[in-house]
Design a binder for this molecule. Structure first.
Ligand SMILES: Cc1ncc(COP(=O)(O)O)c(C=O)c1O
Length: 383
């Protein structure tokens, strides 16, 4: 895979290592958005089929990306919290059932479970970061597997840790949850698009995913895949377009009790959003062409030497086998003054995130090894 910077509009002087926060739109996505905004000024040029057909195309693209033959299990949603609210709305627990989560998980994948636990008198079990210097991820994965027992009703987690990139073995976790009849809900916001994921292989009960990071969509778009557990559930809202035959606009007031098949009932109202959907289609066409595997390999080739150099300088970074390469966390030696580093990064136009105790580095096909050299030099200057 060759560098793809030509598709973006990132100035030479900017070192953008922060796609885990927000992706830059590539030019085709930007153009799709602008064209769609302009088209709204001439609504008579927007065919009625645009309420539905682009959404179908988008679902197909996302289905391909996550390796499922069932695009009708994919729906557009506005945020991860929305997708999780749908999951929570359709789960009943017994007192003392356990919901298993990971320490310092993203809040949109926590608050829903806290509320659910409170409603049913269930327990939240948080699997702590073991905090080991070496092979921390290996131990963390073992602790997760050990914690899944007959009491576990739900495991809700990411495929990686969102702030340090620790890789979680969702295949082994799925196997254990199945043995105990527990549901598995995955937040794919920091992996889908940049790290391979197969619904056929993992069979999650739900996969919820922000769309504005590794999937290059606008802020305010997200995706959900719901497995068969949710086939007959209750949506959190009741939009007309999710009902059977909603394409027949002249018959909308023949109120329809039936939903469209599989997960369609869970799509957000106005999921046909002409502007967003057209941007999302351009984005996913490109991501599926690149492929997550090639993106991951490219990011590894860029960052592996820099990560080694930082480790040799005394920073703590998860072993390459137990972390992702498009996103990883760097824990600085304790004596380092973070404010000095923040200023140095700002002065040199280097963009990263600070999440918990980690500097979160995230890269993509527009980055080069030079970006990592600049980053290492900058960190070195404050060590
Ligand atoms: C792991 C993870 N999940 C979810 C989100 C976004 O959640 P929401 O769409 O509810 O704002 C983020 C944003 O940074 C994230 O990192």
């Amino acid at each position: 895979m060759l560098n793809q910077k030509q598709l973006f509009d990132i100035p030479e002087e900017v070192t953008y290592l922060n796609i885990a926060s927000l992706s830059p739109s590539f030019k085709a996505v930007e153009k799709a958005g602008i064209d769609a905004v302009l088209q709204k000024s001439k609504p008579y040029t927007i065919p009625v089929s645009d309420f539905f057909d682009p959404v179908t195309e988008l679902k197909g693209l996302f289905a391909k990306l996550i390796d499922t033959d069932e695009p009708e299990r994919v729906v557009s949603i506005p945020s991860v919290s929305y997708g999780m609210a749908t999951v929570a709305n359709n789960i009943k627990l017994n007192p003392n059932d356990e919901i298993l989560v990971i320490e310092e998980q993203f809040p949109s994948n926590i608050y829903a479970w806290k509320k659910l636990a409170k409603t049913y008198g269930a327990k939240i079990i948080t699997i702590q970061n073991p905090g080991l210097k070496d092979y921390n991820g290996k131990q963390w994965n073992q602790d997760i597997l050990d914690a899944i027992t007959v009491n576990t009703a739900l495991v809700a987690m990411g495929q990686i840790h969102w702030s340090n990139g620790t890789l979680f073995d969702v295949k082994a976790i799925r196997k254990k949850t199945k043995e105990h009849n527990a549901l598995l809900v995955i937040d794919g916001s920091q992996t889908i698009g940049a790290f391979p994921f197969s619904v056929k292989e993992i069979q999650p009960d739900a996969l919820i995913c922000a769309g504005y990071k590794w999937l290059f969509g606008p802020y305010g778009c997200a995706y959900a895949y719901y497995g068969s557990y949710f086939d007959h559930g209750e949506p959190i809202e009741n939009n007309w377009a999710n009902r059977l035959d909603s394409e027949k606009l002249s018959e909308l007031t023949n109120y329809q009790p039936l939903y469209k098949p599989l997960s369609n009932r869970y799509a957000v109202g106005e999921s046909g959003n002409f502007i967003y959907v057209k941007m999302q289609i351009e984005a996913l066409k490109q991501v599926t062409k690149w492929t997550p595997k090639a993106i991951q390999d490219y990011c590894k080739s860029l960052s592996i030497d820099a990560a080694k150099e930082l480790t040799d300088l005394g920073c703590i970074i998860e072993h390459p086998e137990y972390r992702s390469h498009h996103l990883f966390g760097v824990e600085l030696p304790e004596h380092v003054n973070i404010d000095f580093l923040k200023t140095a990064l700002q002065n040199q136009n280097i963009h990263v995130s600070f999440r918990g105790k980690y500097i979160r580095i995230s890269c993509h096909l527009y980055n080069t090894t030079d970006d990592f050299k600049k980053l290492v030099k900058c960190i070195k200057s404050v060590l």
